[in-house]
Design a protein around this ligand. Structure first.
Ligand code: OSB
Ligand code: MG
Length: 368
């Protein structure tokens, strides 16, 4: 493969429902799409998961475009590549900026899969033909609304419910959810809203048999999480803190978590995500695939990754219609009885809907 043309598009899509976390709320999603063509004319797609503000990690739409245009694209254009695993070596001189890197790497994996006549799932070594999925529910305006959304999600077949918590919207919420839904697989995500001063509150969650609590403490911490895990029974799942396989090995060694949320963008691409999957499988640590409110291209990559065998817990890859009035792929991602079928067509297995993409695009630039 030798990339000869790259197009970056900046899209803005309105979310069906505003999404609220411990750090604030958003009504629409701005993100970059990358379309890459190689010398044989094969086209691959990558979606950059960075948001327009750095609330989740430090990257943003603008930092990613800057990294892509000024550093990453010049390193990779016209370079002969035999396998996408080589991308990390090509980008070795660039520190972090994982979401920007993953955008190009994802497009190359798509091209690689097509040229080797495989689905992206097969190219990654995924064996499942369907994946089990859960749903992540943002903070609602009232308990009544929260109960209604959870109830609807259970009725829609989602295999586990994740709710967002923050100080003041935690034990009370979980207690009421457990009164109404005593047996539903339930977990809470704090997006790093707590500190070790909150141990007493977090301990109170122990009695509600949550599957896990996701990223309770600082977004770059693994030391305090290890301390916290000694005081609480609920398994800790790390999200923000995990940016590489190396982070995973250290977190497991320290006892900072019992579960890992894998996000392709946060760890710098599918190759690193697969390495994390393999390491966790060998060490008996369950993993699941997180979400970044992706549009169809990113969602397709998540589905392919989740087809690997150690993705044993339902992920956050809900159906297209949960987020969008209209997604940018055909067919859209459909969840039935809590499962998504893994496509078997070559590449990502969904067709980018260029007409929809153009309508959501607010800026475009070509590189060759
Ligand atoms: O912390 O997992 C998170 C969305 C945006 C950024 C971070 C997170 C989330 C979610 C929703 O929880 C995942 C999704 O539905 O895509
Ligand atoms: Mg999270």
């Amino acid at each position: 493969m030798r990339l000869t043309d790259i197009t970056i598009r900046h899209l803005k899509m309105q979310l069906k429902h505003p999404f609220t976390t411990s750090f604030g709320s958003f009504k629409d999603k701005e993100f970059l799409l990358l379309e890459a063509k190689d010398e044989k004319g094969t086209v691959g797609w990558g979606e950059c998961v960075a948001f327009d503000t750095p609330w989740y990690t430090e990257e943003t739409v603008k930092t990613c475009w800057h990294m892509l245009e000024d550093f990453l694209i010049p390193l990779i254009l016209h370079k002969e590549i035999s396998h996408p695993d080589e991308v990390s070596e090509i980008f070795k001189s660039i520190r972090k900026n994982n979401m920007a890197k993953a955008t190009i790497e994802g497009a190359l994996w798509d091209i690689y899969a097509q040229q080797t006549n495989q689905s992206l799932a097969e190219a990654l070594g995924g064996k499942k033909d369907k994946i089990e999925v859960g749903i992540s529910i943002g903070i609602q305006d009232s308990i009544e609304k929260q109960l209604a959304v959870v109830d609807q999600s259970i009725n829609n077949g989602y295999k586990r419910i994740k709710v967002k918590i923050k100080p003041g919207w935690d034990v009370g919420l979980i207690r009421i959810l457990r009164e109404h839904f005593p047996d539903v697989p339930l977990m809470a995500d704090a997006n790093s809203a707590y500190t070790l001063d909150d141990i007493d509150v977090l301990k109170q969650l122990d009695e509600y048999h949550l599957m896990m609590i996701e990223q309770p403490l600082a977004s770059d911490d693994i030391i305090d999480h290890a301390k916290l895990q000694k005081h609480i029974k609920t398994p800790i799942c790390l999200d923000e803190s995990i940016t590489s396989l190396e982070d995973v090995t250290k977190a497991i060694e320290l006892g900072s978590c019992g579960v890992i949320n894998v996000k392709i963008g946060r760890v710098g691409g599918l190759t690193e995500a697969k390495k994390i999957h393999d390491y966790c499988a060998a060490n008996g640590v369950p993993v699941w695939c997180g979400g970044m409110l992706e549009a169809g291209i990113g969602r397709a990559h998540n589905i392919a990754l989740t087809s690997l065998s150690n993705f044993v817990l339902p992920g956050d890859t809900a159906g297209s219609s949960h987020y969008w009035e209209e997604d940018i792929i055909t067919p859209e991602v459909v969840v039935q009885d809590g499962y998504i079928n893994v496509p078997r067509e070559n590449g990502i297995g969904f067709t980018p809907n260029i007409d929809a993409i153009e309508r959501f695009t607010i800026a475009t630039k070509h590189y060759h």
